[in-house]
Design a protein around this ligand. Structure first.
Ligand SMILES: [Zn+2]
Length: 272
């Protein structure tokens, strides 16, 4: 697989620090890694942002919002800021980060690069794929990946979309509107069999409109408002999200993670 510049940079840092196992990866503190790379790390009170990097001449200060309690989120935010440090510190621009992985495919190119860097730093592709071998794709696998790599489920899902071997479709809704969707590309398995193209699935939603009422995302957005986060997996009909042939019948699964604080739902749809 071709590496982007951001991914190659993350990989070089892991190599330099001799991090090549999950144990090594999860025992290193992001704070130590950042300081070893030459930036200052602090956790402070911040309003509205989760992370920030300020560079002044040769000095860079990475600040992380101290009120972040979720370890996975804190790690990803710190890794994202380190990505700005490694890739963008010569641009003399300060970056503020409002942690919303929902914007993964919408943020500017610098944000996308910092996310790609963080994703490869915290979930190196080789180690990530080792954890997926001979395992069926489902919500349990996502949970395992999220726990193993100490990242949020959203981060694990987005990584799986990129490198995983089972075709999935991700649909992101925010404020009861579908924002974007992404499908796995056609993939070749280790046995050189081509997985039937996922591209033949024609999604039938329109960005800017509410998710379908019979989708899990649609149901959670309606009913899940009182809980902080809710997730649910459910069998759905293919026609919920995709155009279907009148005679075609196909069952799919939708796993949806809903975060009420951001009114944000990330759905993963797949065939068994
Ligand atoms: Zn950023």
């Amino acid at each position: 697989m071709l590496l982007t510049k951001a991914e190659a940079t993350a990989r070089k840092i892991l190599l330099d620090f001799g991090i090549d196992t999950i144990e090594a990866l999860t025992s290193i503190r992001l704070k130590d890694l950042i300081q070893a790379r030459g930036a200052y790390y602090e956790e402070i009170e911040m309003e509205g942002n989760d992370g920030r990097i300020v560079t002044y001449y040769d000095h860079s200060v990475i600040s992380i919002n101290r009120s972040i309690t979720d370890t996975g989120k804190k790690r990803f935010t710190a890794a994202h800021e380190l990505g700005h440090y490694e890739l963008h510190r010569n641009l003399s621009v300060n970056f503020d980060t409002h942690y919303e992985l929902c914007n993964w495919y919408q943020g500017g190119s610098h944000e996308k690069e910092a996310n790609e860097f963080a994703s490869e730093l915290l979930m190196p592709t080789r180690l990530f794929l080792q954890q997926c071998v001979k395992k069926k794709f489902n919500n349990v696998l996502i949970e395992q990946l999220s726990n193993t790599f100490i990242v949020s489920r959203t981060a694990a899902i987005l990584k799986y979309l990129k490198v995983g071997t089972h075709p999935i479709c991700i649909i992101c809704s925010k404020g009861n509107k579908v924002r974007w969707w992404k499908l796995s590309k056609e993939m070749e398995t280790a046995e050189h069999e081509f997985i039937p193209s996922w591209l033949r699935y024609k999604i039938k939603v329109t960005s800017g409109l509410p998710p379908p009422a019979d989708s899990v995302a649609g149901q959670l957005m309606k009913s899940g408002r009182n809980q902080l986060t809710t997730d649910r997996i459910q069998e759905i009909d293919k026609s919920t999200w995709f155009l279907t042939h009148p005679k075609e019948k196909s069952t799919m699964f939708e796993y949806c993670n809903f975060v009420s604080q951001y009114n944000f739902a990330l759905s993963v749809v797949w065939e068994d």
